[in-house]
Write a protein that binds this ligand. Sequence first.
Ligand SMILES: [Zn+2]
Length: 211
Amino acid sequence: MQKIGEDTADNIICRIKGKHDFKIVVGAHYDRIGGGYGVADNWSGIVLISRLIAEFKLIKPEATWEIIAFGAEESAVLGSKAYVRDNNTDGILAMINVDTLGMGSVRIDSRSDTHLKCIAKDLANRIGIKMSSASLPGTTGDWEPFKRQGVSVLNIHSLDRRSMRKVHTRKDSARAISDDGMQDAWLFLFNLSLYLDHKSGLVIEMSNPGI
Ligand SMILES: [Zn+2]
């Protein structure tokens, strides 16, 4: 648990200790805004990261994983700002942001780290998932405070121009998402996480020839 401020919900941090101290952070915000139920934005993200926690608890990962439910994202990303304020971000290998999935195919925010975008594209091809890049002008997210600190970020969503009009309105209900969209999002997130964990183990061991 991490306090953001007096009048906001806290960040809920689940830390899964790996073989190494290097961290990979996965985040999804759990606050909601507008007249809808927030099913896409961001019940979808919370469901996906909860499932990821359950899977990672079964293995001993290479990196130390922090899977975080951020509060107050819809209030100028206060939750993720508080995280980077109170934690040293130097040892974070990557930050994956999971926000508004299931409305269509998986999309990668074009403001994400170039190398992570390449990995994501390659992985989506290999596991047979439709994925595209999309810019979301004028928007922010919990990835942004991490990027400002120099952390490599990957922002995963499912927004296009049409679905953009549904978020933060009454149309963000159960009907806004689909089973297929959520299933693809899960396969993508799970495989990406396993891949990054494996890869981080190799990178760490190469830079520590003593191991
Ligand atoms: Zn959101």
